[in-house]
Design a protein around this ligand. Structure first.
Ligand code: URA
Length: 194
């Protein structure tokens, strides 16, 4: 198993899929390498591609607020990454081949950071990690096992920015669910519902 730094270096020179041609920066992931909670989004957008950091735009500001208000944590106490590390053209959804080519980076990030809980943000990340075509509206509300820890699906912050109060309230409830899963020793294993 490489270290997180070695993995980041490998990602920065990756040309394994066509997204490499259009990127400004590889957006590998940021945060505490020993974080208890990890957030996973879809793919970098324009601002993230320029900054080299996930969730720095409007969605990121809302994510930071929810992390502070519901988990009592600062952004840099968490680990934040995306399913795909390079920006898709025109912010289209990553293609299945791109997800599969990139998947080993995220799975190794989860193994190395070893968070108690992974929170997937939105349909795309929730489906990709849980291996289902079910939408996040149906998936959310439960806690799932994932790579030895817990996985809590919730909406993408962009959905709350578009959808307003109801979506935001559901996200807050999901963050509370994630908080409950924090600090549970990984070795105990987790059930499939809470
Ligand atoms: N949306 C995502 O899914 N990821 C980001 O990094 C930014 C916006």
């Amino acid at each position: 198993m490489p270290t997180l730094l070695e993995l980041a270096r490998e990602a920065r020179s990756c040309v394994a899929c066509p997204l490499a041609a259009g990127r400004t920066t590889v957006v590998f992931g940021v945060g505490d390498p020993a974080a208890e909670v990890m957030f996973v989004g879809e793919a970098p957008g324009r601002e993230e591609d320029l900054a080299g950091e996930p969730f720095v735009g409007r969605s990121g500001k809302l994510l930071d607020r929810l992390i502070a208000e519901e988990l009592g944590l600062a952004r840099d106490q968490c680990y934040i990454a995306n399913v795909v590390k390079c920006r898709p053209p025109e912010n289209r959804d990553p293609l299945p081949r791109e997800v599969e080519t990139c998947r080993h980076f995220l799975e190794d990030q989860v193994r190395l950071v070893a968070p108690s809980v992974v929170v997937t943000l939105g349909n795309f990340a929730s489906r990709a990690l849980l291996g289902t075509s079910e939408g996040v509206t149906r998936l959310r509300g439960s806690t799932y096992p994932y790579l030895g820890g817990a996985l809590v699906p919730t909406f993408h912050p962009a959905a709350a920015l578009r959808g307003g109060g109801v979506v935001l309230a559901q996200m807050r409830a999901d963050f509370v669910r994630a908080k409950r899963a924090l600090g549970t020793p990984r070795a105990e294993g987790r059930g499939s519902a809470s």
